[in-house]
Ligand binder design. Sequence first.
Ligand code: UDP
Ligand code: MG
Length: 322
Amino acid sequence: MEVLYIVIPCYNEEDMLPITAKALILKLDTLIADRRISPMSKVMFVDDGSQDRTWELIERFHRSCDLFTGIKLSRNRGHQNALLAGLMTAKDYADIIISMDADLQDDINAIDGFLDKREEGCEIVYGVRSSRETDTGFKRFTAESYYKLLEAMGVEITYNHADYRLMSKRAVEALAEFKEVNLFLRGIVPMVGFKSDIVTYERAARQAGESKYPLKKMLSFAVEGITSLSVKPIRFITGLGVTIFFVAIIMLVYFLIIHGMGKTVHGWTSTLMSVWALGGLQLLAIGVIGEYIGKIYLETKERPKFLIDINLEEEYDEFEKE
Ligand code: UDP
Ligand code: MG
């Protein structure tokens, strides 16, 4: 039986934590009783520098029950970093890790489905929302158009998947090889690869407390997703530069004709010609520089060039040992 750790980033979640803890303990107890996971399994809360009693509660849960543990970050670093901190800590103790939010918007009964897929040999299982009825129309619209935009930008992402997923220790170790600071986990995890699958679930409404993602944070998260995973915006500038340069050539002909007809004020032709030609050239030049910066950007991330799924040599060694 594998040891399961459920990692939960928490930021000012004092209203929600007692409800979450209760629900999760019931779930874990059942899974352990059914012998689906090891009795060493735990819920790991990550306190992301909360200002309220969140950490106090986590410590209290830990004292009262072995199934709870926690880590406390030195200060608020945001959801994605808190989640990563949890994953990287939990991988030393767990065989499989499930990440979810503190607000129980992700249906914890999907965990059974996750474990089924794990038993089929999956290293990563993505939780996918089947409906967003409980979200406000605005949030639904922005979120769904955002997934579409990301796709258009060439980012490989699972539609309607947030950060509710199961990862094996192996997958988390592979994730650790992605050293980037600009973290957009749901875009990076698919890069890890390995056998993966999805499990769909209904997304519920937040039961207590309020969303920690106001519009401002949501927007910066959205920009982060695009700029940390795609160099297409740079390509766009290059394309624009080329287009404008071609337009400039057409305009040149037009200006010269008007000039030849003598219908212009002195200096008009040369001024406009340089405005168009230079504008196009400048955009093109910026685009070219951008291409190189894009390359440097990707280099600095030091992402792994490959990850090995199966190495028959190693399997052979293990076989010999037995
Ligand atoms: N969260 C965090 N640090 C932050 C903001 C949020 O750890 O700076 C946690 C929060 O406690 C919750 C999860 O991230 O467990 C998702 O936040 P929330 O439910 O508010 O986002 P929403 O579901 O509204 O997108
Ligand atoms: Mg939420």
